[in-house]
Design a protein around this ligand. Structure first.
Ligand code: PLP
Length: 376
């Protein structure tokens, strides 16, 4: 059966142009970028330098502000745990929201076990924090505030510039998880006032297992305690042999993201949402908000998402809920936004991408109709 892939926020296929540029670095140009004594090492080092400059040009940052990692989960761990360990003198208080990605929430839980105090801000039904509540919670010992730029389940984009201003006025560090935004729209890291930001290649047609952490060095510089020891690579922020093909792939993914027009993906998403509203009893989460152009979080009222997904084998979908044994857990994002447990259990995330087509919308709606007819 020809399946329709609707889970691009989870991961994307590697684009052919990205793959082609990576391949020589597995075989004939296989050198270790840290080998200084022979040409294989120099070739690898040069390739890494060129790729780094390309990535930093796209992000408007300095080459020295990029630390390569295995992806956003590692970048987030490095940022939160690295700052916690480095800034013990300043304090142990941290602030985040209840609807961050699990990599952020679990990293905060890990430092809580080591004595950190973390404030988890509430959000409203539109996924927004109350700025006055942030202001009230900022303290002289607040080291870092972490608020994502766009939510991976709902696609809602936060106005983080105001947040960054408040955080900086308090002399605290501001991290924003930009993982879902990179490759989908331009991000002005400096203009937004971000000090730390994780990125991940597989979210925008690059390979899995490579990402980076942006670490501010201009203006008030951010320091980190490295979490991976051994050799002092990358200015002692992350040791380990560089993943040269991955770094080439990350750089090429940035080029690829500029090579096509994302507005056609928004057109498919919008057409899909209009058809859905005509056909089913649904709610679109954050419909009136600024959202990622490819994402639609839909609550099917009175329906269990896991069941509906199982009745639609022709669609690759994500419910946003984590399956623990037989019982799916409702999404912490929707619960955090104030949706009821039954509503959260009825949520499916549709995330469109480069290889979807407008004519697929009709097929998706038909399959959902068939699925729902089998359930009710
Ligand atoms: N942060 C957000 C917002 C994400 O969507 C994801 C991936 O789902 C991650 C972090 C983790 O990224 P990675 O798969 O690169 O570890």
């Amino acid at each position: 059966m020809n399946q329709i892939y609707l889970d691009y926020n989870s991961t994307t296929p590697v684009s052919n142009t990205v793959l082609e540029r990576m391949l020589p670095y597995f075989t004939e140009k296989f050198g270790n970028a840290s080998s200084h004594t022979h040409s294989q090492g120099w070739i690898a080092r040069k390739a890494v330098e060129t790729a780094t400059s390309n990535i930093t040009k796209h992000l408007g940052i300095d080459d020295s502000e990029l630390v390569f990692t295995s992806g956003s989960t590692e970048s987030i761990n490095l940022a939160i745990k690295g700052v916690f360990e480095k800034y013990q003198q300043k304090g142990k208080h941290f602030i985040t929201t209840q609807i961050e990605h699990k990599a952020v929430l679990d990293s905060f839980q890990a430092i809580e076990k080591k004595g950190a105090e973390v404030t988890y801000l509430r959000v409203n039904k539109e996924g927004q924090i109350d700025l006055s509540e942030l202001e009230k919670n900022l303290r002289s010992d607040t080291v870092l505030v972490s608020i994502m730029l766009a939510n991976n389940e709902t696609g809602i984009i936060n106005d983080i510039q105001r947040v960054a201003e408040l955080v900086h006025r308090n002399n605290s560090i501001f991290m924003s998880d930009i993982t879902q935004v990179v490759g989908k729209q331009m991000i002005d890291i400096n203009g937004l006032g971000i000090d730390l930001a994780p990125i991940s290649a597989h979210k925008f047609y690059g390979p899995k297992g490579i990402g980076a952490l942006y670490v501010r060095r201009r203006g008030p510089r951010v320091s980190l305690e490295e979490q991976m020891s051994g050799g002092g690579h990358q200015r002692e922020r992350r040791s380990g042999t560089l993943n040269v093909p991955g770094i080439i792939g990350l750089s090429e993914a940035f080029n690829y993201s500029k090579s096509y027009d994302i507005s056609f993906i928004k057109e498919i998403r919008d057409c899909f949402e209009n058809e859905l509203k005509r056909s089913f009893d649904i709610q679109i989460v954050g419909e009136s908000m600024d959202r990622l152009p490819n994402t639609s979080q839909v609550i099917f009222n009175g329906i269990k998402a896991e069941k509906l997904i199982s009745k639609c084998p022709g669609l690759c979908l994500s419910s946003g809920s984590a399956c623990t044994s037989a019982n799916p857990e409702p999404s912490h994002v929707l619960l955090g936004m104030g949706y009821l447990k039954e509503e959260a259990l009825g949520a499916i995330r549709f995330s469109f991408g480069k290889f979807n087509q407008l004519r697929e919308v009709k097929k998706i709606i038909e399959q959902l109709k068939t699925g729902i007819d089998q359930i009710i």
